[in-house]
Write a protein of this length. Structure first.
Length: 281
């Protein structure tokens, strides 16, 4: 493990940052009470410096090689998006497993309620392009396989504790940052509740839930290598065309749960608390 992260600053500071040198045994409460409240209300929280920027640069170099494109020759950037998958080399394993992230997972999903990641899922590399990438529609994520094919999602979020966005390049407003509808995770539980443990087919859930989130404010997942957005599994989000100058590298793996959401607990996790709030509205 590279750096070990120090204790979070008081609640007046909105984001956490990594520290350049190891400080063993000092990591405590990466997310402040205010940030946990914001996660329940907004559906996401940004952890700045969740892994070292230098580690993000290593990951990006490996991803560049996998694209088959030349970083210094935009003439080789011929497609708006190239999808890569399941990178599990040491830099990616380390980025996925920092003490800061593990502490944040405990705070949001519950201690012992999530599965340690060894790969970082799908990596859609987005290139500057006037073309429609063809995948920029609003949606929520599917969570567990449908026996008939495709994916399903249910109220207890079987198969997904969080949606995560790992930034491996600088991402500004023009660099195809993921769009997030703030508070949209609260629009989804009332749609899923009537369908019980079997839930809904993913596309049916999107068709029913996405219109409920229209008109909500949008946030952009901008940042620098090492930043990670931790999102509620029901958050409505979308890609967008790249209007910047440098390709965007971001992984979007799930955090897989151990068990399903406990919606009856007297001490619900922030993920479960948001579902309960949505059903009580």
């Amino acid at each position: 493990m590279r750096p070990v992260w120090p204790a979070a600053a008081p609640a007046t500071r909105r984001k956490t940052r990594c520290r350049a040198t190891p400080v063993p045994g000092t990591l405590r409460f990466v997310l402040t009470p205010a940030e946990l409240d914001a996660f329940v209300a907004d559906g996401f929280v940004k952890v700045e410096g969740a892994f070292p920027r230098a580690l993000g640069d290593e990951c990006r170099a490996e991803l560049w090689r996998a694209t088959g494109c030349d970083p210094d020759d935009p003439a080789t950037w011929t497609r708006p998006v190239i999808r890569l998958d399941q990178f599990g080399s040491p830099p990616f394993r380390e980025a996925a497993s920092t003490p800061a992230l593990h502490e944040a997972f405990d705070q949001l999903a519950g201690p012992g309620r999530w599965v340690r990641r060894h790969t970082l899922g799908t990596v859609p590399v987005r290139f500057p392009s006037p073309d429609d990438p063809g995948d920029a529609g609003w949606h929520l994520e599917g969570s567990f396989p449908d026996p008939a094919g495709g994916w399903r999602v249910n109220l207890r979020s079987r198969g997904r504790a969080l949606l995560m966005l790992f930034l491996f390049s600088e991402v500004g407003a023009d660099d195809a940052p993921t769009r997030i509808r703030v508070g949209s995770h609260l629009d989804v539980p009332p749609v899923l509740a009537p369908h019980g443990d079997d839930g809904m087919a993913w596309m049916d859930a999107c068709l029913a839930a996405v219109p409920r989130s229209e008109g909500r404010a949008e946030a952009l997942a901008t940042g620098v290598p090492g930043d990670v957005y931790l999102c509620h599994p029901f958050v409505v989000h979308a890609a967008q065309p790249h209007r910047g100058t440098r390709p965007r590298f971001m992984a979007q793996p799930p955090l897989e749960p151990i068990g399903e959401l406990d919606l009856e607990s007297t001490s619900p996790t922030p993920v479960a608390a948001a579902v309960r709030r949505a059903l009580e509205r």
